[in-house]
Design a protein around this ligand. Sequence first.
Ligand code: AMP
Length: 200
Amino acid sequence: MTQTARLLIVGPQGSGKGTQGARIADAFGIPAVSTGDVFRANIAAGTPLGEQVKAITAAGNLVSDELTGQIVRDRLAQPDAAEGFLLDGYPRNLQQVRDLDGFLAEHGRQLDAVIELSVPRDESIARLALRAAEQGRTDDTDEVIAKRLAIYENETAPILDVYRGRGIVDRIDGVGTLDEITERIMAALAARGIARPAAV
Ligand code: AMP
């Protein structure tokens, strides 16, 4: 039997979802699909897509559901995502949940688990301020951080209720060392029968 892992990681900015998402994807040998990374790479390369989303992301606002959805749909249709993927940063509101459900249903698929990375607000803000200083991320000013956290609370947190209703959410304490948090996530997935492939 082929073990699939179609995963989503959700958490406020500064929760470490990008780092943990990449670690989990690596462990399962599946691609991590981060819409924020796609946008940042396009902005850095000066592509037409990058030009289109630059001001929106810099202000901490969300890119349109249509554009973001098209990017995810195309990415998930690539062969390396056939047996699994880890989504990071998409879906981010209820419309995107409906859109994703539609893309997956076209292939008779659905998400296997949603990892909710839980970090207190003060901790997220402190981590974001540190990251802004270290990486010079222009979307990490105080004002933009506050806006992004508000959007998370108002638009993104509600998607967890939908997935909770489906019984697929694992709430993980996101405070600890990187290894501790990765192990917590792996243990929660294993409890669902989604296990790390045996080392060869
Ligand atoms: P992230 O790295 O996930 O925080 O994303 C960085 C920025 O990219 C966000 O603040 C949004 O402007 C944009 N973005 C990323 N994912 C989405 C999404 N699913 N829907 C709309 N905008 C997004």
